[in-house]
Design a protein around this ligand. Structure first.
Ligand SMILES: Cc1cc2nc3c(=O)[nH]c(=O)nc-3n(C[C@H](O)[C@H](O)[C@H](O)COP(=O)(O)O)c2cc1C
Length: 200
């Protein structure tokens, strides 16, 4: 393993439970692979802008037709995509906010899903171009949702990553964090044990 891309998305930054799990996992990975290159994006302190018509238009415009602002938008998206392409391992801290993924993560996804760069259209439908990668998702929630229709995140994140060609995805859940102090402790311990197993 050479490159680890970590994306934390908790609005609480490094104090978020998903961030703490992702941080701990990466720390263990880097101990195992001290030569690995680690890029960390914290979408709370360094948010990706919402995709708007100007930015999306920039992605579609021929390079010579792009305005300076559009060139900057494409360069920014290119940087995010280059990080993803270079990554062997992707580690994602994933809170649930208002029954979905953080809007910052959606904005990130909107900047890395680019035809011809991370996926391409074929006669048989879209094909992801980011193959051969492994992703770990550390998911924190106040309630209990896994295996129920209320879990709006797991299928969505899996589907999005698969769309880009990232098929090998492990989820670790810390759920029921808002139910009671005991539920929180039990769940965090369970997530920590799962994390240890994955990092072993
Ligand atoms: C704005 C906000 C919205 C939330 N919405 C939900 C929710 O819809 N379902 C849920 O189970 N927990 C919800 N929670 C609880 C979080 O999922 C929980 O605090 C979790 O630890 C968030 O991950 P983080 O600590 O990494 O930020 C919400 C928390 C906040 C701050």
């Amino acid at each position: 393993m050479k490159n680890v891309l970590q994306i934390n998305t908790s609005l609480f930054g490094e104090n978020g439970e998903s961030s703490k799990l992702a941080d701990r996992f990466v720390e263990k990975l880097l101990k195992q692979y001290p030569e690995a290159r680690h890029i960390k994006r914290d979408l709370a302190s360094d948010p990706v802008p919402h995709l708007d018509a100007e930015r999306f238009g920039a992605f579609l415009a021929p390079p010579e037709r792009r305005s300076p602002a559009q060139q900057a938008a494409v360069k920014y998206s290119d940087t995010l995509i280059a990080e993803l392409k270079a990554a062997d391992v992707i580690v994602l801290g994933l809170p649930m906010y208002n029954f979905g993924v953080p809007s910052t993560l959606k904005a990130y996804f909107d900047h890395v899903a680019r035809a011809g760069h991370t996926f391409r259209y074929t006669a048989n439908g879209p094909v992801g171009l980011l193959t051969g990668k492994k992703a770990y998702v550390f998911s924190a929630r106040g309630g209990l949702y896994t295996g129920t229709p209320w879990d709006t995140e797991t299928d969505y994140v899996r589907m999005f990553l698969r769309f880009l060609g990232i098929e090998d995805v492990e989820f670790v859940y810390a759920e029921g964090l808002a139910i009671s102090p005991q539920s929180k402790e039990t769940s965090l311990n369970k997530a920590a044990a799962a994390l240890e197993r994955l990092a072993a």
